[in-house]
Design a protein around this ligand. Structure first.
Ligand SMILES: [Zn+2]
Length: 334
C-alpha cells in the first residue's frame, strides 16, 4: 500500500519513500511468486472451525519477522494498543469472510492470522508478505499509525487473492489485486460497523495520516483522486474512469493508481443495489475472484468475470447483472 503515495518535492520525504519502495520491491517479488503458486487445493486439510486463530507479534522495531509473540488466540488484552488493534482487526477480517462468504480464513482452510506490529523503526508501511502481515508504527511525518481496520482488511485480502489463484502484482492484474484488497478492506470496516452502502465512508486508511498531511485517507472508492491533496504528497493520483488511465512504469505499472477505476465500479454497483454492500455487490465480486482462474486478468477480463458472477448468482438478465454491466460502462471499461 505504501506505493500508493507518490512522494515529491521534499528530499526528506523522498528519501523515506525510496527506502520504503526498496523494501516493498522485495515483498512484491516474493508475493508475485507466491501468488502464482499457492492454491487452496495445495493445502493440507484441517478440521473446520468457526473461530480465527490469531497470533500477534511484537517486532520490537527490528526488521526480522515475526518477532516476539505478544498476544495469541484467547489471550487477554495487551497493554500495547497496537497489539490489540492488530488482534481485533484480524478478528473482524475473519468474521467478514466466515459469516458472509463462508470462507474459513484466508486459505479457506483455517490458516493462522499472523501479524507483526512495531515492524522496523519509523516505518510508514503495512504489508502482506505472502505469509503474514507487518505494520510499521508510522514515520510520524506522513503516517501516524497503520493498524486501522480498512488497512488491516486490505492487507489480509491480498492473502485471499493469493489463495484464490492469485493475480500478478503488476499492471492491470496488479491494479485488480489492489482493488480487490481495497474493496474487501472497505467491506471489513462496513461489516464491523454494520454500515449500509449509503452510510459508509468508502475510505481506505482514514486516520492514518499525521496532522501535517492535508488528506482524509489513502484512497477513496467513492471519489478516487480526492482522498488527499497535500503540499508534500501531492494530489491523490487515482483515476475514476478509463479516460484518465495512467500509463506508467512507476508503482509496478500504476497498481495503486489505476485501481481507482475498478474500485469506483464496485462503489457504483453497491449504490445501485442498495442495502449492505457485502450482501450483493460483495458476493458478486467474491465469487468472480473464486472463479477467475486467470492471474493475468485485465480490467476487461475482470468486468466480464463479475458480470458472469452476477448472472450465475442472480439470473441472466437480472437487475444485479444489468447494474454490474452499467457500473463497468460508467467507468469506461465496457
Ligand atoms: Zn495492497
Amino acid at each position: 500500500m505504501l506505493e500508493s503515495i507518490q512522494i515529491r518535492g521534499n528530499t526528506e520525504m523522498q528519501k523515506t519513500a525510496e527506502t520504503l519502495q526498496a523494501d516493498a520491491a522485495h515483498y512484491r517479488e516474493q508475493r508475485a511468486v507466491i501468488s502464482q503458486s499457492t492454491k487452496k487445493s495445495d493445502m493440507p486439510i484441517a478440521a473446520v472451525s468457526n473461530k480465527p486463530n490469531r497470533k500477534v507479534y511484537d517486532g520490537q522495531s527490528k526488521a526480522v519477522l515475526p518477532g516476539q509473540l505478544a498476544r495469541q488466540e484467547g489471550d487477554p488484552e495487551s497493554s500495547d494498543n497496537a497489539v490489540n488493534e492488530a488482534y481485533e482487526g484480524a478478528g473482524s477480517v475473519f468474521q467478514l469472510y466466515y459469516d458472509v462468504f463462508n470462507r474459513n480464513s484466508l486459505d479457506d482452510n483455517g490458516m493462522d492470522l499472523v501479524a507483526t506490529v512495531h515492524h522496523k523503526s519509523n516505518c510508514g508501511n503495512a504489508f502482506w508478505n505472502g505469509y503474514q502481515l507487518a505494520y510499521g508504527d508510522g514515520d510520524n511525518v506522513i503516517f501516524k499509525k497503520l493498524t486501522e481496520l480498512s488497512v488491516i482488511g486490505h492487507e489480509f485480502s491480498h492473502g485471499v487473492v493469493q489463495f484464490s489463484g492469485g493475480l500478478v502484482y503488476r499492471d492491470q492484474p496488479g491494479a485488480l489485486n489492489e482493488s480487490f484488497a481495497d474493496v474487501f478492506g472497505a467491506l471489513t470496516e462496513q461489516y464491523k460497523k454494520k454500515q449500509s452502502a449509503k452510510e459508509a465512508s468508502w475510505l481506505i486508511g482514514e486516520g492514518v495520516f499525521t496532522e501535517r498531511v492535508e488528506g482524509q485517507a489513502l484512497r477513496s472508492l467513492k471519489e478516487p483522486g480526492l482522498a488527499y491533496d497535500d503540499s508534500i504528497l501531492g494530489k491523490d493520483p487515482q483515476p475514476y474512469h478509463m479516460d484518465f488511465y495512467v500509463n506508467t512504469t512507476q508503482d509496478s505499472g500504476g497498481i495503486h493508481i489505476n485501481s481507482g477505476i475498478p474500485n469506483h465500479a464496485f462503489y457504483l454497483l453497491s449504490q445501485y443495489l442498495g442495502g449492505n454492500a457485502w450482501e450483493k455487490a460483495g458476493q458478486i465480486w467474491y465469487h468472480a475472484m473464486q472463479n477467475l482462474n486467470n492471474s493475468l486478468a485485465t480490467f476487461a477480463d475482470w468486468a466480464d468475470a463479475t458480470i458472469r458472477s452476477a448472472s450465475l448468482r442472480y439470473g441472466h438478465g437480472s437487475y444485479e447483472m444489468k447494474m454490474t454491466r452499467r457500473a463497468w460502462k460508467l467507468v469506461g471499461v465496457m
